[in-house]
Design a protein around this ligand. Structure first.
Ligand code: PXP
Length: 386
C-alpha cells in the first residue's frame, strides 16, 4: 500500500501536517480493506481546482474535493483537495483544518470505492453513515511518534529558595534532574521583580542545560539585554504585571505591536527565535504571524481552570482551532499554563503542538513523590495521549 502526497500549494499559505493525514489515510485504507492499493492525494488552490471542476464536471468555480478512480487494479485513484476551500469550510463549520481535511479524504476515498451521494437519497444516507463511522475510527489518530515534548518550568524551585533567601533548593540542580528524567526542555521566567529566578540562575542554566533553555520574559529593555547576552534557545515573550501571582493572560500583540516587533528584530539578529505567549484567539495568531514570531505558546489557563465540562469543551475547541490556524500559517506551536496530570492529555493529543511548558502542577507533585518521579509521570500522561 502506498500513499503519495503532492502539494501544489505554497507552504507559506498552508502548512499541512502530512504525517497526521498519512497516518489517518493508512488506517482508512485498512478499514476499507484496500491494503495493497495506491492512492494519491493532491492539494491544490481554488484556481487550479476550478480548472479541474470545469474540465471534468463542466461546473464553474472550485469545489472542495474531486476523486478520479484509477484504471489499474493495484491503484485506487487520485483525490484532489482544494486547500483554500477546505480552509474556508473548516471556518464555517467551526472545525479545524485537519479535521475537515480528514472528512474530505474520507469523502474522496468513498467516491473512489463507488459510493455516490448524487445517485439517490438512500445512497446519500448510506455514504453519510459510512463517513461518520470512518471519521469516528480515525479522528484520534495522531501523527505517530511526534508527541509534544515536555519542558519543565523550574521557577517554583526558586520560589521556595527565595522564601528563605538562601541557596536551596537550587533550580539549576532541579533542571538537571528534570533532564535526566526525560524532560526535553527547561523553562524559567526572569521577572522584573526577581521574585523567583535570578539573573545568575539564567546564566548558570545556559551553561548546564543540555536540552533547550526557554527564557520567558517581558519585552523590557533590561531583560532584553540579558537575553541577548545569555542567548537562550528560545525566548517566550509574556505580559508581566507586578501584582499578579502568575502570568494572567496572553500578550495583546496588536496593542503592543511596535515593542514586540522591535524585540523580535533584536532577538533574530542574535539568532534567538521568539515565541509569543497568546490566548487561543485567531486575531492574536494572525498578529503573531504579522510581527514575525517563529512560535506561539497558546495559553491553556482558561481550559485548565474551566468550572464545568461545557466550559472546558469550549476552551479546548479554542485551543484546537488556534493551534491549527497557527500551524497552517507556518508558526511553530507550544502550549502551557495550568496544565496538570489530569488535563494535559487532551492538549498533548493535538497533532500540531511541539512543546508543553509545565511548572506548578509538576513541582507540587514533586514535593510528594520526588522530582524525577513527577517528571516521569507527566511524561507518561503525555505519551498516553498518543
Ligand atoms: N507558560 C507560560 C508563558 C507561563 O508564564 C507559565 C507560568 O510560569 C507556564 C507556561 C507554566 O504554567 P504552570 O506553572 O501553571 O504550569
Amino acid at each position: 500500500m502506498s500513499i503519495n502526497f503532492i502539494s501544489e500549494i505554497s507552504p507559506q499559505q498552508f502548512k499541512l501536517n502530512q504525517n497526521l493525514l498519512r497516518a489517518r489515510l493508512l488506517r482508512l485504507l485498512r478499514l476499507l480493506k484496500q491494503e495493497g492499493r495506491t492512492v494519491s492525494v493532491v492539494f491544490l488552490d481554488d484556481k487550479e481546482m476550478a480548472r479541474y471542476n470545469q474540465t471534468y464536471r463542466h461546473k464553474e468555480g472550485p469545489t472542495n474535493v474531486l476523486s478520479f478512480p484509477a484504471e489499474v487494479a493495484d491503484e485506487l485513484g487520485d483525490i484532489l483537495v482544494s486547500a483554500d476551500t477546505a480552509w474556508r469550510e473548516a471556518g464555517e463549520k467551526g472545525v479545524t483544518l485537519h479535521q475537515h481535511l480528514t472528512w474530505l479524504l474520507i469523502h474522496g476515498l468513498l467516491h473512489l470505492l463507488g459510493y455516490d451521494h448524487e445517485l439517490s437519497e438512500a445512497e446519500a444516507e448510506r455514504m453519510q453513515d459510512k463517513e461518520a463511522e470512518l471519521y469516528q475510527a480515525v479522528q484520534h489518530i495522531h501523527s505517530g511518534g511526534a508527541m509534544p515534548q515536555l519542558a519543565v518550568n523550574v521557577d517554583h524551585i526558586a520560589t521556595i529558595r527565595e522564601a528563605r533567601g538562601g541557596a536551596e533548593p537550587d533550580p539549576v540542580l532541579a533542571a538537571g534532574i528534570c533532564e535526566l528524567a526525560g524532560a526535553r526542555g527547561i523553562v524559567v521566567h526572569l521577572r522584573e521583580d526577581r521574585r523567583h529566578i535570578q539573573e545568575r540562575d539564567v546564566r548558570v542554566l545556559r551553561q548546564t542545560v543540555k536540552t533547550r533553555l526557554n527564557l520567558e520574559m517581558a519585552a523590557v529593555k533590561e531583560i532584553v539585554e540579558i537575553a541577548l547576552d545569555v542567548k537562550p534557545d528560545l525566548v517566550t515573550l509574556v505580559p508581566e504585571k507586578r501584582q499578579e501571582l502568575t502570568t494572567e493572560g496572553g500578550l495583546d500583540i496588536l496593542g503592543n505591536e511596535k515593542k514586540i516587533r522591535k524585540t523580535i528584530g533584536k532577538m533574530s539578529e542574535a539568532g534567538i527565535p521568539v515565541s509569543l505567549f497568546i490566548d487561543p484567539d485567531l486575531e492574536q495568531v494572525k498578529a503573531a504571524v504579522e510581527v514575525g514570531a517563529a512560535y506561539v505558546e497558546l495559553h491553556t489557563g482558561r481550559y485548565a481552570d474551566a468550572k464545568d465540562h461545557e466550559e472546558q469543551e469550549r476552551e479546548f475547541r479554542l485551543i484546537e482551532q488556534a493551534a491549527e490556524a497557527a500551524y497552517a500559517a507556518g508558526l511553530r506551536v507550544n502550549a502551557g499554563h495550568g496544565l496538570n496530570y489530569l488535563n494535559v492529555g487532551r492538549v498533548a493529543g493535538l497533532p500540531v503542538i511541539e512543546e508543553l511548558s509545565i511548572g506548578h502542577a509538576l513541582i507540587a507533585r514533586a514535593a510528594f513523590v520526588g522530582l524525577e518521579q513527577a517528571v516521569r509521570e507527566m511524561q507518561n500522561c503525555i505519551d498516553l495521549a498518543g
